[in-house]
Design a binder for this molecule. Sequence first.
Ligand code: WT7
Length: 636
Amino acid sequence: MSNYHIKNLEEYYQIYRKSTRDPENFWSEVAEEHFLWRRKWDQVLQWDFEKPEVKWFEGAKLNITENCIDRHLLTKGDKTAILWEPNDPAEDAQHISYQELYQRVNRFANVLKSKGIKMGDRVCIYLPMIPELAISVLACARIGAIHSVVFAGFSSTALSTRINDASCKMVITSDGSYRGSKTIDLKGIVDEALEKCECVESVLVAKRINSDIDMKEGRDHWLQPLLDKADDQCQPEVMDAEDPLFILYTSGSTGTPKGMLHTCGGYMVYTAYTFKNIFQYKDQEVYWCTADIGWITGHSYIVYGPLANGATTLMFEGVPSYPDFGRFWEIVEKHKVNQFYTAPTAIRALAKEKLDYVNKYDLSSLKVLGTVGEPINEEAWHWYNDNVGKGQAPIVDTWWQTETGGIMISPIPYATPTIPTYATLPLPGVQLALMDEKGEEIKGNLVSGRLCVKFPWPSMARTIWGNHERYRDTYFSAFKGKYFTGDGAMRDAVGYYRITGRVDDVVIVSGHNLGTAPIEDAINEHPAVAESAIVGFPHEVKGNALYGFIILKEVGETRDRANLRKEINQQITEHIGPIAKLDKIQFVPGLPKTRSGKIMRRILRKIASDDTSNLGDISTLLNPEVVRQIMDEKID
Ligand code: WT7
């Protein structure tokens, strides 16, 4: 029996037990058999959750791009590595073979070097979903530069904060991007961001929309002429297993985003292992994850996991609604996609449209369907199962986080029986615990609590860039000796997990993890705003939407409320991006607070969700009378 490829439920349980009895032996077997190491490790695992410190495969040497590209050249040189589908169906798809990917990554790596980028330098990548995005990520990894991809839908303020936090030396962007029928001026956003960034020495600009843009002399360089001149050979930098691979920002409960740092060895082993098992990928198949590479899903399951397995990974530039709502299914038919991985919010949006959009296409190639990002509701699950998978393709509801690097809880398709809304079972090597509010582990089944992980896994983030203390406080202080996920979960009678949602101040809107604090910070900068509190409430398509309770500065403020609402959302768009706009804004006379001054979001959440039957004891509040006032003026 191979530990690497799980084929049925019995095997899953056997492998799972083995992985928890002796995790070091388990992961060293996986790592040994399936990857290319320049030097083997001295020690499989060293850990201490108090510090916290976690090291996997210490002493080992490798380069992840050698594993993702070079070692496939002999056997799969002509196989398509990246299958790129453009925004506009009239434009041709690109089939980039492993051989071509090798050359393009090497060329790009040489360009980085020629601009002074060395091992350990940080490079910010702000690109649309064009091949250069995946290629630049790999080029950084090739020379040991730390990539920090920022989602190209983020605003210039969000971009500059991230560039400065990691002191990036370079930004890679494009003249613009296509998004459905619109174009976006990415370079303009970069220029604005860079007014606030002194660390950036050079900007590489890919051409995508052929727009007329400003190029700053000495700083900005068109990418293509540099690539044309560059050599297509570039020796991979030999990295330590624990050297940084990338930083990826995720929101937290304060305004500053958290730069999660992932390292080379463990991340590679875990993302490759989970990709293989969760998508049951076989040679010749075409795998498609619809996420953007700007999120962890794209890092782990468009780029690194699939390529480490020699897979064909489809990368889509566009949106599900352009030119019409059949676009996803048209692509599935056109490229005979076998595994399809998307987000519940996309499923819900498509489920609102006519079934003709789905039924027009031949989807019989589909063997595995996946979801990620938020709990999938039962209705969306059934729609996906019945209309896309035709009841023939198991749905893997995969639970994980930017911090975990790879999927932690998921069915193994064709092995684990699936139940709607259940992420089901932990992957081998993942040891979960449910904790009660007193900090005790809740044993047994049919229980719920706060979801923790009690043993390290190879792809966990090692720190928050530049702030190890925050890393410890956020993840390792709530429950002694355990990693706390921030989510609540329940375990059913047979040990399946169902994620119930965040228990902290993070709201998942359309699959985007949004911290309420940075949004409040943005709103509070508006001159008319005194204070604000943002909560999530259930939304048919987005899963959750944002509700803002806002106190205005002057009592009896006479400015037009509709204008104010617009300005506030504009402010949010500028600071964070349009995804964080508020659906509802209620101007309130006060916010319910505890005596220590903490806003009682729990009560606001209930009001926003029209669930006020049980508000709990509000008499202990500083200002209980305000609750009734807010309820009376609630916006529907
Ligand atoms: C949070 C992490 C991991 C890639 C996308 C999001 C929620 C994620 C599920 C799921 C229920 C889920 C959790 C988690 N989440 N997947 N299958 N079922 N909830 O990454 O932005 O780091 O967000 O997304 O609340 O903590 P992220």
